[in-house]
Ligand binder design. Structure first.
Ligand SMILES: C[S@@+](CC[C@H](N)C(=O)[O-])C[C@H]1O[C@@H](n2cnc3c(N)ncnc32)[C@H](O)[C@@H]1O
Length: 315
């Protein structure tokens, strides 16, 4: 199967593995918590037609619109689009009296967002320092960088970016912003390069890579959102396994793809705990990662880790 829909601007990762673990069946309720460009959702929806229900979440209004029309065009189903965070998945499904059979969360950002200069997520384009996935709310990265103390900045760069020069970069930012506000991607990337000094020449990646990743995660509170999502998932899985009413069906299949070690650690912790309590069945102890063939086609899959589970006691 080709995973490269030319026009969508994003190649879905681990497609075959997601399909194998989710195992869509006609007529089921599928919730894609991170619709993105609809790559995964369209393939899953096709396998549920003609009678399934597809619910799509995304913080990014444009991506949600794109995914909704793509899924409709490719599967013939009419998705229910929800412009908002997957942190409200339980509430939104309960409000519609829906129970998910299939739940997918493919975390982080889509390639089209990174490649869009107006989003300010990448140092490859000179652009306003925004980085928000939902551009209709919240603080931009420029406001973050303006507002945070040197200590908080250093902590974010260190914890979320594992940036070895976190303190040096934070100090540079604070010095510089006292003279001129840091409002563009190029300003920030140049400051990081200065903080690296001569080490910038020997750095394997662009010196600003870790800083940009850390700020994006912080601006969108990506780990906070994942924590809230996993908490709800845990509660719903317990209820579903007891046969109590909730937004998740007994036997629901869940797939979460993380791109950051902290994300994967949080998912692993919940899945292992629930599996020890016989509330879910794990498909394997180790996360599923991309094959060499996929990596050759899509280098972004390099850090992807898929964890999958089925609600219910082991047989
Ligand atoms: C990796 S992409 C998903 C790609 C998608 N699986 C596909 O095949 O096209 C992640 C998407 O999740 C969205 N997103 C990130 N955090 C979110 C959250 N807390 N709630 C809803 N959507 C979120 C992003 O805006 C982005 O469009």
């Amino acid at each position: 199967m080709t995973t490269a829909p030319a026009a969508s601007g994003h190649i879905p990762v681990l497609m075959e593995q997601v399909l194998q673990s989710i195992r869509p069946i006609a007529g089921e309720v599928f919730v894609d918590c991170t619709a993105g460009r609809g790559g995964h959702a369209a393939e899953i929806a096709k396998r549920m037609a003609p009678g399934g229900t597809v619910v799509l979440f995304d913080l990014d209004a444009a991506n949600l619109r794109y995914a909704t029309s793509r899924v409709a065009a490719e599967s013939g189903l009419t998705p229910i689009p929800i412009h908002g965070s997957f942190t409200s998945v339980g509430r939104e499904l309960e409000a519609r009296a829906l129970r998910a059979d299939l739940l997918l969360a493919d975390l982080g950002f889509a390639s089209n967002q990174m490649d869009d200069p107006s989003r300010g997520m990448s140092f490859s384009h000179d652009a306003p320092l925004d980085m928000r996935l939902n551009q209709s709310m919240g603080q931009t990265a420029a406001q973050f960088v303006e507002r945070l103390s040197e200590r908080d900045l250093a902590e974010i760069l260190q914890q979320l970016g594992e940036e070895p020069f976190a303190r040096r970069i934070a100090s540079k930012i604070v010095d510089s912003r006292a003279r001129t506000p840091i409002t563009t991607t190029t300003q920030l990337a140049d400051l990081v390069r200065e903080a690296y000094g001569s080490r910038a020449r020997t750095s394997r990646m662009h010196p600003a890579t870790r800083t940009f990743m850390a700020l994006r995660i912080a601006v969108n509170d990506e780990l906070g959102a994942l924590r809230a999502f996993l908490e709800q998932l845990g509660v719903a899985a317990v209820r579903a396994s007891e046969g109590a009413p909730t937004w998740l069906n007994p036997q629901a299949r869940v797939a979460v793809i993380g791109f950051h070690s902290l994300e994967d650690r949080m998912v692993k912790r919940l899945f292992v705990e629930l599996s020890k309590r016989s509330i879910i069945r794990l498909e394997g102890k180790q996360p599923i990662v991309a094959s060499d063939a996929e990596l050759a086609e899509n280098p972004r899959a390099r850090s992807a880790k898929l964890r999958t589970a089925m609600v219910g006691r082991p047989d």
